[in-house]
Write a protein that binds this ligand. Structure first.
Ligand code: ATP
Ligand code: MG
Length: 172
């Protein structure tokens, strides 16, 4: 079994902006390493090889049929979420193409008997874990262009959690 999730990766310039922001949010928590920064569309939890294969086949077919929508989303608000104790840069899902991609990912997860989201969709990138409070600093504005959907493997190691991209599909 592998712990998997579907997510979007920021580009290099956006990663620079995010790491700069991280440098200004203090040290009362654990900074998410640059390589781990992502925007989750669906956390899938533990997946068998068969579930992973079925998911990949369906996404490959949808990508080939140009039925995975590309989107834009603006993240511009720094937020502290009390329950998961994270600091994130968040935005609103205004683009209908993003909403439809989110719904499609959730529907696939449900059809395969995988974990589905218990919350309404709030696009965000987690910057810090075990965060105590919201720092009083200005948020940057980041516009993500979703051009590819990635399947990530979340692996625990001695250096902490590491994400590996197992597969990617083009959004159109
Ligand atoms: P750790 O749990 O070790 O702090 P992590 O949260 O980065 O690390 P995972 O727990 O594997 O790693 O989660 C992978 C991604 O899925 C992260 O973006 C995480 O916020 C998100 N995620 C995890 N659990 C859920 C959940 N129950 N609902 C929605 N998203 C989740
Ligand atoms: Mg977690």
């Amino acid at each position: 079994m592998k712990r998997l999730f579907l997510a979007i990766s920021p580009n290099a310039a956006q990663l620079d902006t995010l790491t700069q922001l991280q440098a200004n949010i203090g040290d009362e928590g654990r900074i998410v390493p640059r390589d781990n920064l992502h925007m989750t569309l669906a956390f899938l939890g533990q997946c068998s090889a068969a579930q992973q294969e079925a998911l990949s086949e369906t996404l490959a077919r949808l990508a080939h049929q140009r039925r995975l929508p590309a989107f834009e989303v603006t993240l511009n608000t720094l937020a502290h979420w009390d329950k998961p104790k994270i600091l994130c840069l968040k935005g609103e899902a205004r683009d209908p193409q993003l909403v439809s991609l989110f719904n499609l990912c959730q529907r696939l997860a449900q059809q395969l008997g995988l974990h589905t989201s218990e919350h309404s969709f709030q696009p965000h990138i987690t910057l810090m874990r075990k965060a105590k409070a919201l720092p009083d600093i200005k948020s940057p504005t980041l516009t993500l262009n979703g051009h590819a959907l990635h399947l990530y493997h979340s692996q625990s190691s001695e250096q902490g959690v590491q994400y590996e991209i197992l597969a990617s599909w083009t959004l159109t």
